[in-house]
Design a protein around this ligand. Structure first.
Ligand code: 5AD
Ligand code: FES
Length: 368
C-alpha cells in the first residue's frame, strides 16, 4: 500500500486497535528472531503491552528457555554468611548506617555445615553471599572455597561478596570458585549516583565485572526493577548493556523498600514489570541463567512460579541457618525466614512440579 493510499484509507476503531496489537505481537516475534529491537520499538514494547500481549511474550520466552534448558530448573543454595557491610547503598537494609541491623557472621564451621546439609538435599551449587565485610579477608574466603571444593568436588561455588581488587578475584578463582554474582544495579552513571554513596562508581563496578570475566568466572550482573529514580530509558540502557556484556547469569527482582533506609517510603517495583523484563531478557539472552528471585516471591505468593513461566530457570532457596535468616534483611517482608533448608528445598520442588517443571540436582553450568 502506498503512502497515498494509506493517507486516505478508512480504519474502524477496532481495525486500528488490531493494528496496535499486531505491532506488539510482531515486536515480540522480531525480538525473538533478532535477539534485539531498535530502541524506539523496545520502548513501545515495554510501555504499551496489553495483558494478552504479555501472555504472548511469556509464552515466547518460555519456549526459548525450553529450547536450551528444557523444563529443568536449577537449584542454588544460598548461604548468607555475613550481614556486616562497609557500603551504604541507599536501598539496602544492611547498609552500614543502619544501626538497627542486628549484625552477624557465620563461623567457618557453620558455613561448611550449611554446605554439607545442602549437599544431602541435592544442592550442587553453593552461593556464598554477604555484605562487603573485610573481616572475611581474601585468605579466609580462599580457605572457605577450597574446603568446600575439597568436601564437594562435584559442586560449583558462587561468590557474591561485592567489589574487590582484581588480585583478590584471581585468588578466589585459583582457590576453586567457579562463579561470581555482582549486580551492576544500573548502568546509567546519574542513576548509579542516586542509588549509591559517592565512593561507589559504575566505572569500578564494570571494571570488576570485566576482570571477573577475564579471569574465567561465570559472571552474573543485573538490576532491581522499579528502583527509585529508574526510568524506561535507564532500563533499556541496562538491557543493551547486558546484551553486549553477555553475562552467564542475570539477576533481577523488584525493588522493595526497607524501613530503615532513606528509601523507606518508596514504592516497590511491580510484579508485571519484573515479569515483562524477565521475558525480554530471556529473548535477548537465550541461554542465560536467570533466577526467579526471592524478592519476586516476596511481592507475590506465586511470584517465583510466574517468573519461571516467564522464562526464568533458576531458583535460589536459602540454606542459611534459621537463627540468622531474619537478620539478612535487604528489604522488608522477605519470605522463607522461618523455614529449615529441607523445607525450602521440598517446597520449591512441589511448587515447580505444580507448574510442570522439575528442579534438578545438577551444577547447572551456563551454556552461554
Ligand atoms: N529491594 C530489592 N533488592 C535489593 N537488593 C538490595 N536491596 C534491595 C531492596 N531494597 C538487591 C541488590 C543486590 C542484591 C544482593 O540484592 O540488587 O545486588
Ligand atoms: Fe552492602 Fe550495598 S549496603 S553492598
Amino acid at each position: 500500500m502506498g503512502d497515498y493510499d494509506r493517507g486516505f484509507s478508512m480504519h474502524t476503531v477496532s481495525e486500528r486497535f488490531m493494528e496496535k496489537r499486531t505491532d506488539n505481537i510482531s515486536r515480540i516475534d522480531r525480538l525473538r528472531a533478532d535477539r534485539t529491537l531498535p530502541r524506539e520499538q523496545l520502548r513501545l514494547l515495554l510501555t504499551t503491552l496489553s495483558e494478552e500481549e504479555a501472555a504472548y511474550l511469556y509464552k515466547n520466552a518460555d519456549e526459548v528457555r525450553k529450547e536450551h534448558y528444557g523444563e529443568d530448573v536449577f537449584l542454588r543454595g544460598l548461604i548468607e554468611f555475613t550481614n556486616y557491610c562497609r557500603n551504604d547503598c541507599l536501598y539496602c537494609g544492611i547498609r552500614r548506617s543502619n544501626k538497627n541491623a542486628d549484625r552477624y557472621r557465620l563461623t567457618t564451621e557453620e558455613i561448611l555445615d550449611c554446605c554439607d546439609k545442602g549437599y544431602v538435599l541435592g544442592f550442587r551449587t553453593f552461593v556464598l553471599q554477604g555484605g562487603e565485610d573485610l573481616f572475611f579477608t581474601d585468605e579466609k574466603i580462599c580457605g572457605l572455597v577450597s574446603e568446600i571444593k575439597k568436601r564437594h568436588p562435584d559442586c560449583a561455588v558462587t561468590l557474591s561478596i561485592g567489589e574487590r581488587p582484581r588480585e583478590s578475584y584471581e585468588a578466589f578463582f585459583n582457590a576453586g570458585a567457579d562463579r561470581y554474582l555482582l549486580r551492576h544495579e544500573t548502568i546509567n552513571p546519574v542513576h548509579y549516583r542516586q542509588l549509591h554513596p559517592e565512593e561507589l562508581t559504575i566505572e569500578n563496578r564494570v571494571r570488576c565485572l570485566r576482570d571477573l570475566r577475564e579471569i574465567g568466572f561465570q559472571v552474573g550482573c543485573g538490576m532491581m526493577v522499579g528502583s527509585p529514580f529508574q526510568t524506561v530509558d535507564y532500563l533499556m540502557d541496562d538491557l543493551y548493556f547486558m546484551a553486549e556484556f553477555r553475562p552467564h547469569m542475570i539477576g533481577i527482582g523488584p525493588f522493595i523498600p526497607h524501613g530503615d533506609t532513606p528509601f523507606h517510603d518508596r514504592e516497590s517495583g511491580t510484579l508485571q514489570d519484573t515479569l515483562h523484563l524477565l521475558s525480554v531478557i530471556r529473548l535477548m539472552n537465550p541461554r542465560v541463567l536467570l533466577p526467579a528471585t526471592t524478592a519476586l516471591g516476596t511481592i507475590h505468593p506465586l511470584g517465583r512460579e510466574m517468573g519461571i513461566q516467564a522464562g526464568a530457570n533458576v531458583v535460589m532457596p536459602n540454606l542459611s541457618p534459621t537463627g540468622v535468616r531474619d537478620k539478612y534483611m535487604l528489604y522488608d517482608g522477605k519470605i522463607c525466614t522461618g523455614d529449615e533448608a529441607a523445607e525450602c528445598r521440598r517446597c520449591m520442588e512441589l511448587r515447580m512440579e505444580k507448574i510442570g517443571y522439575h528442579v534438578v540436582a545438577a551444577r547447572g553450568d551456563s551454556k552461554v
